[in-house]
Ligand binder design. Sequence first.
Ligand code: ZN
Length: 212
Amino acid sequence: MSQCIEIQKVSVGPEYLTARVRIGDGYPLMTNEDLDGTTRVWRLMPQIASHICVGDGGKTFREVMGATELAHLLEHVAVELMARTNLGDDVSYGRTKAVDGVARTYHVQLICPDDVLCVGALSSAAWIMQWAFSGGGAPEPDIDAIVQGLIALVQRITTQEQEKAAFDETVRKQQERAEAKRVAAEKAEREPWTVVPDDMVDQWAEGREDQR
Ligand SMILES: [Zn+2]
């Protein structure tokens, strides 16, 4: 059987992540076509019921979850996962729209405080949907473990980015020093009378030390 949620394309803008997802063949398009699956998701994270649906005129998700698109449920699962990491804004939300003229295909848009967090939450949400709509069974997704995994993922990437930035900075400084040396060497060749002998520099530095 195919995947419940096929993530076809992800684009990340400054504020939003937009994923184009297709609901796999053989899976229901609407939550009311498999209420057992929908209930499985709700049991894992009952908090989704009190989410506000921005795309639905400010209704709560509770009002629509019994008969809405699976893609919309996916959106709320991803939003809930992101909210639980406490890494994003206090208000996280998304919206879901069917792609015109393409069967079983939707654009799911999520507020994106952090690309890595957002993509991670979306793929974890897809996995939860897969579990819920293919009969449930053991092991049940461990939401706390998934959230901890997302936090660790974001922190790992942040550390890597910081290390990369520190490395780039070191390289930049080395290049600057090498360039300064080259310029000084050129100048020494062109204007040898401007070169201060090293021992004089040492004496000057010592004199400055004494003055402290
Ligand atoms: Zn909604």
